[in-house]
Design a protein around this ligand. Sequence first.
Ligand SMILES: *Cc1c(COP(=O)(O)O)cnc(C)c1O
Length: 419
Amino acid sequence: MSTYYGPDFDALSKQDPEIAAVLLSEMTRQQKNLQLIASENFTSRAVLAAIGSTLSNKYAEGYPGKRYYGGCEEVDKAENLAIERAKSLFGADHANVQPHSGASANIAIYQAFTKPGDTVMAMSLAHGGHLTHGSPVNFSGKWFNIESYGVRSDNELIDYDELRDKAIATKPKMICSGATAYPSLIDFEKVRAICDEVGAIMWVDAAHFIGLVAGKAIPSPVPYADVVSFTTHKVLRGPRGGMILAKAEHAAAIDKSIFPGMQGGPIMSAVAGKAVALAECATPAYQKYAKDVIVNAQALAKALEAEGMRAVSGGTQTHLALMDIRSTGVTGKVADERCGAAGIVMNKNSIPNDPEKPGITSGIRVGTPSTTTQGMGVEEMKQIATLIARAIATDDASAHSAIKSEVHALTSRFPIYQG
Ligand SMILES: *Cc1c(COP(=O)(O)O)cnc(C)c1O
């Protein structure tokens, strides 16, 4: 008797060659090109096995021991493991591991602590905030009165004086810190003091940097914040999904807000994948990885500065660098396209007070979670900076294919999934 436990690529190829071909060429694309998108990473095979498993078949509305469906005894074990691992890794009172994504986790937080029309403070999108921090095209901007704060123009670091003044003036219910393109550390102690002064809930959206916290490479928001939301697929290197950590007093409100508040059944395969990733994060190897990610980001930013670009905020203390590339004479959009033609995948990004529109931009955002997972180090970062500068400097297609060959030679030395 043979038992089927998980994904079977041969079966897929036979049944659906079109989708099998997409999977193969996507794997090739990830392996051959340089992956510098700051919000991406390569999960382990163990995580892939969990998310490709039969746990995907199971409905489990509710929470372990309190489900609305029968047959949840096995998935309950997976969810309890994920919860216990999250609480122990981050020293949190409470963990909800069910959010389908970072955006879902954030919706649940708004719902738990505010009503439509309430005032919430968050980082300005133009200065690195996320869509769910008040974009006019997002539920957050449509349903809430968002007061945004930004970075100082002299040093491009969060303007805590502006944050405090605005908080005193507008009396927000909740203050969010966290961003998608902020290369520096956030002073959680200062934010806590402001929240206490105005009686606001302190919410940290740690999606980008929580993996660095997990690896003990940067300070944690958990001791300060009422509630911390994040994605599990960025530096943290888990499956695509979200998670919320909360102080004990907010545990019931958060759980209710996720289910039945805004989700139905959890994706139990993803929950199992989160448990696997959290166990990986507790290892010395991951802690070394988290430190290496920052060392690499700093080396990349420095090397790009040597090529004449300017690092926003004067450099990076995290996994990403935001580069002002106006000195190159091209926009972020053009740089993004030229690098893409040379096999270097990253994204255009607005810089603080960017004179260009968000679709054009004066900057690029580069991150090191993926290349560091591949095993690249400081020497490779220097080489990558040169390749980026050369790709940006030309619009010649044959020059871009020559750079692409060098990119492929580099990445072939760092296989993502061996064997
Ligand atoms: C990535 C990110 C999110 C959203 O995560 P999704 O899983 O894409 O919904 C939310 N907030 C911040 C700060 C992020 O960086």
